[in-house]
Design a protein around this ligand. Sequence first.
Ligand code: HEC
Ligand code: HEC
Length: 263
Amino acid sequence: MQQFSNKYKGILLVLCFIIMSWAIVALTLTNDNAYGADAEQGKKVYAKYCVICHGAKGDGKGLMDVIHRNEKSGLVWSIYPRDFTVGTYKFRTTATGCLPDDSDLMRMITEGIPRSGMPSHEDVSLEDRKSVAEYIKTLSPRWEEEDLCDVIEVKKPDWVASADSIMKGEKIYKDMKCWECHGNEGKGDGTKADDLKDDWGDKILPFNFTTGTLKRGSSPENVYLTFTTGLDGTGMPSYEDSLNEKDRWHLVSYTLKLMGKVK
Ligand code: HEC
Ligand code: HEC
């Protein structure tokens, strides 16, 4: 009897050990998601890297903002650091009006946003990047109040950038009046361009997408996401409801042409 219960205890001990190691592995895995990261640690990372632009309260009024606002003479046009207290994000893989996915925040923090002053933070450790993503979520009540949206699936058809698709896209660009903001050649000089303001009341230019990298990135998939999700807060609308998926890909073809990426 004594012998049996010792053996029993041994098996129990081994079982406990296996379960605990699984738990530890599972915890490390869920930490891959920014949701598992430590917002307290993120606050320190924020103070070190982000506060200069995004401000102590996360309202976008850091030191750089003061400099930018003083440039408002009209000679220099600037984009202001994002105000995190509102919870409105431009570069999402989720539908318009939704909060961004964790992967969106991580991508913006890691890669930065070309031509906007938002730097890349590739040199910051993965754990610190995750924790700061978690921290900026504490700055807006939206993250507590709202359910998260699904990530939009992007599957590029193989006819994108074909001559026929470019032609169809050109007609859609005209019909949907993209030119009102972006101009006939995509140079950002449309009839409405001078009067556009973003949700924060600052002047915003419809991007000249014919030169350089796009803010979200210049791949066909990125351009597709821009039409589909809209850039919330900027006036750049979402066309998810007004154009079917095929037409949005035709529009990608034409935009790629205006960008000089296809002949
Ligand atoms: C040199 C100034 C600067 C620094 C430093 C900076 N940012 Fe930004 N950030 C910006 C600007 C400017 C924008 C707005 C870009 C735009 O609207 O095109 C921005 C936008 C963002 C966005 C919004 C992306 C979207 O989809 O709307 C996030 C998230 C962000 N920053 C996170 C951070 C975090 C986290 C840090 C610190 C690790 C940081 N930023 C450091 C200037 C900065
Ligand atoms: C009401 C004005 C307006 C209309 C209409 C509009 N856009 Fe935009 N668009 C903008 C603004 C403003 C930005 C820049 C936002 C920023 O820099 O943060 C932008 C940005 C873009 C970008 C660049 C995204 C990036 O990653 O940098 C592309 C591409 C684009 N628009 C294409 C289009 C196309 C194609 C249409 C028509 C289907 C269209 N837009 C309609 C205002 C508009």
